[in-house]
Design a protein around this ligand. Sequence first.
Ligand SMILES: Nc1ncnc2c1ncn2[C@@H]1O[C@H](COP(=O)(O)OP(=O)(O)OP(=O)(O)O)[C@@H](O)[C@H]1O
Ligand SMILES: [Mg+2]
Length: 486
Amino acid sequence: MSKSDKNFDRFFEISEKLICFTRHLWREFWSLIKQSGPMLLMMSLSGALTASIIYFQFDQNLIKYFKLHRFYPVGLNHIFYLIGVSMAGFIFIPVIQASRRLKMLKRLTQVFMDAGLKSPTGQLPHFISDTEIDCFTRRLRVSRNNFPLRSFQNAKEVLESGLCVYIDEVEENRERGFVDIVYSQKRLLEQFAIENIKKIPSGHFIVGRSRVQTITVKLSDVPHLLIAGQTGSGKSTFLRQLITGLYLNNPQFNFLLIDLKGGLEFQIFKNLYRIKVFSDVERAVLKLNELSTKLIPSRMALFNEYGVKDLEAFKKSILGKEQKTLPPTDMNRLIIVIDEAFEMFMSGGKMKSAQVEMARTAAHKIAAQGRAVGVHLVIATQRPDRFAVDPQIKANLTGKLCFRLPNLASSMTVLDTGRAKDLPNIKGRAVWQESMDELEIQTPLLTEEDAKTLLDEVRNLKSDTLENEDTKNQAQQNLILEDVFK
Ligand SMILES: Nc1ncnc2c1ncn2[C@@H]1O[C@H](COP(=O)(O)OP(=O)(O)OP(=O)(O)O)[C@@H](O)[C@H]1O
Ligand SMILES: [Mg+2]
């Protein structure tokens, strides 16, 4: 090869790299423009900074100071210089992003080769995008390049060690010919067991383990919960753990469990002091109605009388006062759990429309007013549409635990984001959303046998204390709750 041919090749190589870089630069620039938020702010700030350097002639003064006037551009060059400097601030961030992307491309090429994802014609999957899902998780999209999904799944370990990440899920989109690799820098456990369920702080419950910590929530901060997810994703298992944890650590809480999936899920909670299990939907609706029309108004009237705004304030206000001045009630929290809400909130089948209306009105009232009076609502459903969970009720269910859902629409209904559709197919994996925060978590696994063992210990114990307490506090029994617990 002659010298000129070599130069020619070199020229092509450099221009190819330059074009490639410019393309990435443009892509980054465009995506940053589209993004609002901190990146755009940083771009604008750096742009404003360079513009003010020119405006206040800092550059000229600096050049004069170092006696380098002859290098300062004049004439047409000066115009190019001004355009260049004023643009520099804006393109600074995209340049960094683009060079990062190129670095990643290089690394990916090597990793795909190591993982054996190279076709007989020597082609590798192409990088398409790498976007943020949440603060811990990202989605890398690459072309399938005719490789079956299995090849990517088999290469998971090589990809993980090559890219120094933990891969949660590999999904394909056959129609559009790409593969999504959902990954994170921090591992999220595939199974999480609470170390000692009897030691959860009083009034708190555990929602799961995030990539960095165990998420414990105070019931009075997140008084009502919506739990959604496709069949077999972990809703009832979560409820089992939630009820057991709250029951064991809060000897004064009362529970009303409505099991509309044939009465099997809450079997272990039957015959427990302070817990009432319903599996008949019609009776359950009547009880809900009773609570919303008797218990809530009576507690509210009492709080008005005492001039307090909620249960905690009420307890503080009566603390230290003479026993006889106490109202004739045990003002304790009541947790209402409904497993499979659409059985109750959808007409057709066993439910007549008048009963559905009664259930909805009662649930709405409890969700809206229950917080202050210590009545909590936990609703689980496979079908999170507006028929199963009324938008008005949903608006008051401030804590949302959403397991994997089959499509974007259902995920949007629960979370207002598509996050639940992107969850890996791991049992117990969910998105926890509370106000604006959204986290991917692994929910605690408490098997039915373990829960039964724990509850059996208390079951025998409680029947004794029940009698003692009953005689001791007879005068203070809450008549309305008594009525509900009949
Ligand atoms: N957090 C978890 N960790 C590990 N495995 C889990 C977890 N949650 C659930 N599972 C497994 O998934 C199975 C199904 O869970 P579960 O019955 O809770 O699903 P579900 O969402 O209630 O389903 P359905 O809507 O059909 O009632 C459980 O038997 C258990 O083996
Ligand atoms: Mg279930």
